[in-house]
Design a protein around this ligand. Structure first.
Ligand code: BV8
Length: 231
């Protein structure tokens, strides 16, 4: 049986990572349009680097929660293909999977990039964010040119879309966890899964604007709903 799970900011909320909507579209006091766009970065690279440095520093203070670990346990015992696609740029899924190694058919995809990675603006080379970088340094000099956060901004193509679309076309079960369905193309994945004949389930704090697109809805805090749904 093939499963595709999509997660959003709601799965990390109980770990203490602020969600996009709860902050009225503001992250760390910044308007998203000013910082999560290529235009915002071009206009003020230091502001954008600082915005992501703040969120990068926050990561050191948070831990995966029971929902992340429930998915890691599921991945360890899953027989078949299991794609976990996250819109989140935190590393909480990655850390949760360190403790229970996933089965061979598992893949974790960060479709909107990762806070702990940097990308060369010229060559596209992706590397780990250098931990020693001073928070106020606007950008990293690199032989290829300016390093930017390895984050997919609004107006930029999400990562690994070909692999995601292939998995959706072949999935038997699609579960969306902790996402408002406000951002495309992730918000359209449920339609692709339905088209493939998959059973579709929305797990969220409350029904989202796209709730009617799902066969089933499970509502409540992710640390309760996710472990109980998969155990
Ligand atoms: C693209 C990185 C094309 C940045 C992010 C009009 C119509 C359709 C589309 C568009 C349109 N206008 C513009 C677009 C395209 C645009 C888009 O969708 N805009 C929206 C705003 C309308 N999309 C894009 O630009 C994408 N790219 O389309 O490219 C293209 C094609 C070819 C060539 C080039 C380009 C790129 C989108 C990626 C943007 N980057 N993140 C950063 O993080 O700094 S998206 C950003 O928003 C985050 O990734 C975050 O994940 C996402 C918000 O979504 P959620 O994760 O769902 O978070 P949210 O807070 O909204 O919801 C949380 C949910 O959790 C809530 O439902 C809540 O109830 C629930 N919850 C809370 N607590 C709990 C809980 N659930 C359970 N338990 C709890 N405890």
């Amino acid at each position: 049986m093939n499963i595709v799970i999509l997660t959003g900011a709601g799965i990390s909320a109980e770990s203490g990572v602020p969600t996009f909507r709860a902050s009225d579209g503001l992250w760390c006091g910044h308007r998203v349009e000013d910082v999560a766009t290529p235009q915002g970065y071009a206009a003020d690279p230091a502001l954008v680097q600082d915005f992501y440095n703040q969120r990068r520093r926050q990561l050191a203070e948070v831990q995966p929660n029971a929902a992340h670990y429930a998915l890691a346990d599921l991945a360890a015992r899953w027989e078949g293909n299991f794609m976990l696609v996250t819109q989140n740029v935190d590393d909480l899924h990655d850390r949760a999977h360190e403790t229970s190694p996933p089965a061979p058919g598992f893949e974790l995809i960060h479709m909107h990039g990762e806070l702990l990675k940097a990308r060369c603006s010229r060559s596209g080379l992706v590397s780990d964010w250098p931990g020693d970088m001073a928070a106020d340094e606007p950008s990293l000099d690199h032989p290829h040119g300016r390093m930017r956060p390895h984050i997919v901004w609004f107006g930029e193509m999400p990562l690994h879309m070909d692999r995601i679309e292939t998995a959706l076309a072949a999935c038997d079960l699609f579960v969306s966890i902790g996402t408002s369905g406000a951002v495309y193309p992730a918000a359209g994945f449920v339609q692709a899964a339905r088209h493939a004949g998959a059973r579709t389930v929305e797990i969220n704090l409350e029904p989202t604007q796209g709730a009617d697109l799902f066969d089933e809805g499970v509502y409540g805090p992710a640390t309760e709903t996710v472990p109980s749904f998969f155990n």
